[in-house]
Design a protein around this ligand. Structure first.
Ligand SMILES: NC(=O)c1ccc[n+]([C@@H]2O[C@H](COP(=O)([O-])OP(=O)(O)OC[C@H]3O[C@@H](n4cnc5c(N)ncnc54)[C@H](OP(=O)(O)O)[C@@H]3O)[C@@H](O)[C@H]2O)c1
Length: 326
């Protein structure tokens, strides 16, 4: 595993992290035992960065991480999020409400100080108002949180957050199907030493190339109930692509994969080839997946002609199909 600088103080974190939404169990299939195995195999393969949120599984994802690292003390970095639980969303943001959520996260993660708290795709208007950043600054001054960042949907929100003094990190959807962040946001973040966390790197699994148009997902899986954005931003599911179109595009991409590589390796490697990215956080639902994903760090960068080809592919065939704020 290779380690990259992260945030204004340039601490070292693994360039491949573990996304922990699926550990919340909203997707139905990850048991407590399996979740522990996924975390253990991640740690054993050099992963030191874990991304969770207070709302994943109503706190279950945080609880599983808190229990695991209490039983197995390891120097890792746990990034959590606030803004989608405790009735804050969409228009009930108060300082006390945020504080209550932070106290709950501290309890579940069994720590006195959270490594990083990211605003969890809060409404643009709340970001624009700006006072929520001051509440986070106060929590940082008190030591309840070490740093704060933001997870955003659109590039205009990313640019808005990048104007906030002391922003530590920015979490964005970035993958071969969602290349817009590369136009402007990555460069500005890098100049400001704001850490970039690349989420939904496999477009919810589409970029593994394993789905067909007849693939089925359980009723509790967002790839079933949110595929057209019925529950939250459609961009979080299949990167905003209609499922059948995403399957077709992934099939076409298979023709571009270099020899001795898989589509999934090309997709994750593509993200790591941007040096402004601090960490990519695929969501593994089995220990085998977490090991495969960790190993991307050891692969060579993709050739520059392939980057050009993938950029053209995105511009010609993908971007017009993306739905949701972007
Ligand atoms: N608003 C936000 O801030 C926000 C929103 C979304 C996600 N996130 C963060 O980003 C993380 C990653 O996003 P995500 O999990 O939604 O999407 P993702 O990483 O693009 O895709 C995850 C899916 O890809 C498949 N997969 C992963 N590794 C694989 C491998 N090696 N081989 C084959 N298939 C593999 C699995 O599908 P199967 O389960 O079908 O095997 C898994 O469910 C989340 O866990 C969360 O931490 C944050």
């Amino acid at each position: 595993m290779k380690y990259r600088n992260f945030g204004p103080d340039q601490i070292k974190i693994s360039e491949v992290g573990l996304g922990c939404w699926q550990l919340g169990g909203n997707w139905g299939s990850v048991s407590d035992e399996e979740a522990k195995k996924i975390i253990r195999s991640s740690v054993d393969n050099g992963i030191t960065f874990f991304d969770t949120a207070d709302v994943y599984g109503g706190g279950r994802s945080e609880k599983i991480l808190g229990n695991y690292f209490k039983e197995n003390p390891t120097p890792v970095f746990i990034a959590t999020k606030v803004g989608r639980s405790g009735n804050l969303y969409p228009n009930n943001y108060t300082e006390q409400g945020v504080r209550n959520c932070i106290d709950d996260s501290l309890n579940r993660l069994q720590t006195d100080s959270l490594d990083l708290v990211q605003l969890h795709c809060i409404p643009t208007k709340v970001m624009q108002k700006g006072e929520i950043f001051n509440w986070l600054r106060a929590l940082k001054a008190e030591g309840k949180i070490k740093n704060f960042g933001a997870s955003v949907e659109s590039m205009s929100e990313a640019l808005l957050c990048l104007k906030q003094k002391d922003l530590y990190s920015l979490q964005i959807i970035f993958n071969i199907f969602r290349q817009k962040p590369a136009e402007q946001v990555l460069k500005i973040a890098q100049e400001k030493k704001v850490g970039i966390i690349a989420r939904v790197p496999l477009a919810s699994g589409l970029l593994s190339g394993k789905f067909s148009k007849s693939s089925q997902f359980s009723a509790t899986d967002h790839r079933n109930y949110n595929r057209d954005g019925k529950a939250f931003n459609v961009g979080e599911t299949f990167a905003g692509l209609p499922f059948n179109k995403g399957v077709e595009l992934a099939e076409e991409l298979k023709n571009t994969v270099p020899e001795n590589m898989t589509l999934i390796q090309m997709a994750l490697r593509w993200i790591l080839d941007f040096d402004a990215v601090s960490v990519v956080i695929p969501g593994a639902t089995t220990p085998v997946q977490s090991v495969e994903n960790a190993k991307i760090s050891g692969l060579n960068s993709l050739p520059s002609e392939l980057h050009k080809q993938l950029f053209d592919f995105y511009n010609l065939h993908v971007k017009q199909h993306i739905r949701g704020p972007y």
